[in-house]
Design a protein around this ligand. Structure first.
Ligand SMILES: C[S@@+](CC[C@H](N)C(=O)[O-])C[C@H]1O[C@@H](n2cnc3c(N)ncnc32)[C@H](O)[C@@H]1O
Length: 295
């Protein structure tokens, strides 16, 4: 890890007053590590949040200062702690059918035009990049099932990826507390979910949807992505907002060759694919298609 240069005054200045000493230099080291690891940019205005989220880690590790924590977490052998730090500092907020207009667009502009092709054995591939605990790829699966109720018998796959292995584990269980089902209309809940026999009060995504989705660990900021695509649609929502502009541009640009010519990229409500990314053009509210692709 190569942290930004610090002055002597940086090193001494206490950023947050509390149980543990936390200086500007500690903050910069943590921010540099998170940037190197995941491409996430942490402005200094987040210092209090960083302190409160990581203070729990210091207590769990029996450490007395952030300086001690920074030395430990930066070690190459501290892979587990780096994951713990990432989990503590990222947000996994998600829900079923979040930003529902994307699922309507997916259905109208990707799935329905492909209905006959897929029914007669053609391939459909969808990717939820930064899928958190699975609500997004399962919402894609429910949308797929609304077009092809026998989707499990067709050549359809949905990939869900995330950097955080804990959220992927939740996605694989496909089991959600009742309160998390608010995006699912009560009228279709019984078709999409079944009561989870292993977890009272929780609902499990139906087998037909589960069978379409596979979860894999993937760092969007990592050196290589193993998937070849092409995907008919990519959802990458509410994650690049934490990246700086060059990292955002790099991620958007990497998606382009992985989409079919007719494919679409859906981004989060406060995200945009900027004009500097010449591979994409807007085709709806936070929806993009490849330049030169078909409308
Ligand atoms: C706020 S959630 C978004 C979930 C979902 N896409 C949605 O819009 O509801 C952001 C997710 O991005 C993941 N994440 C953060 N940095 C990442 C990176 N470099 N590569 C892949 N996933 C990352 C986090 O672990 C988290 O699960």
């Amino acid at each position: 890890m190569t942290g930004p240069a610090t002055s002597l005054s940086d090193r001494k200045e206490a950023l947050v007053d509390g149980e543990f000493a936390f200086t500007t230099q500690d903050f910069k080291r943590i921010a540099a590590l998170l940037y190197d690891q995941a491409g996430i940019s942490l402005p200094e205005t987040k210092a209090t949040l960083v302190y409160s989220r990581l203070a729990k880690r210091l207590r769990a590790l029996g450490m007395r200062s952030f300086q001690e924590y920074c030395v430990f977490v930066a070690k190459e052998s501290s892979v587990d702690e780096q994951q713990q730090m990432l989990r503590a500092l990222t947000t996994n907020v998600t829900r079923f059918f979040r930003e529902p207009h994307h699922f309507d667009d997916l259905r109208a502009n990707i799935l329905e035009p492909m209905a006959d092709h897929v029914r007669s054995g053609g391939r459909l591939r969808l990717w939820s990049a930064a899928c958190s605990s699975g609500q997004e790829p399962y919402s894609m699966a429910f949308t797929v099932l609304s077009v092809w109720p026998n989707a499990a018998d067709l050549d359809i796959r949905i990939l869900g990826t995330d950097i955080d292995t804990n959220v992927l584990a939740t996605g694989r269980t496909a089991s959600y507390d009742e309160g998390l089902l608010e995006g699912i209309p009560a009228s279709t809940r019984g078709q999409s979910f079944e009561r989870d026999p292993d977890n009272r009060g929780a609902w499990r995504v139906c087998e037909a949807a589960r069978s379409l989705v596979a979860f894999r660990e993937l760092n969007l900021n990592g050196p290589s992505w193993p998937m070849k695509g092409p995907f008919d649609a990519i959802f990458c929502r509410n994650v690049v907002i934490y990246f700086d502009e060059p990292t955002q541009e790099r991620v958007w640009t990497r998606f382009a060759p992985l989409l079919t010519r007719e494919g679409r990229l859906y981004v989060g409500h406060s995200e945009r694919v900027g004009a500097t990314v010449t591979a994409f053009e807007s085709c709806g509210l936070t929806a993009y298609r490849r330049v030169g692709g078909r409308a």
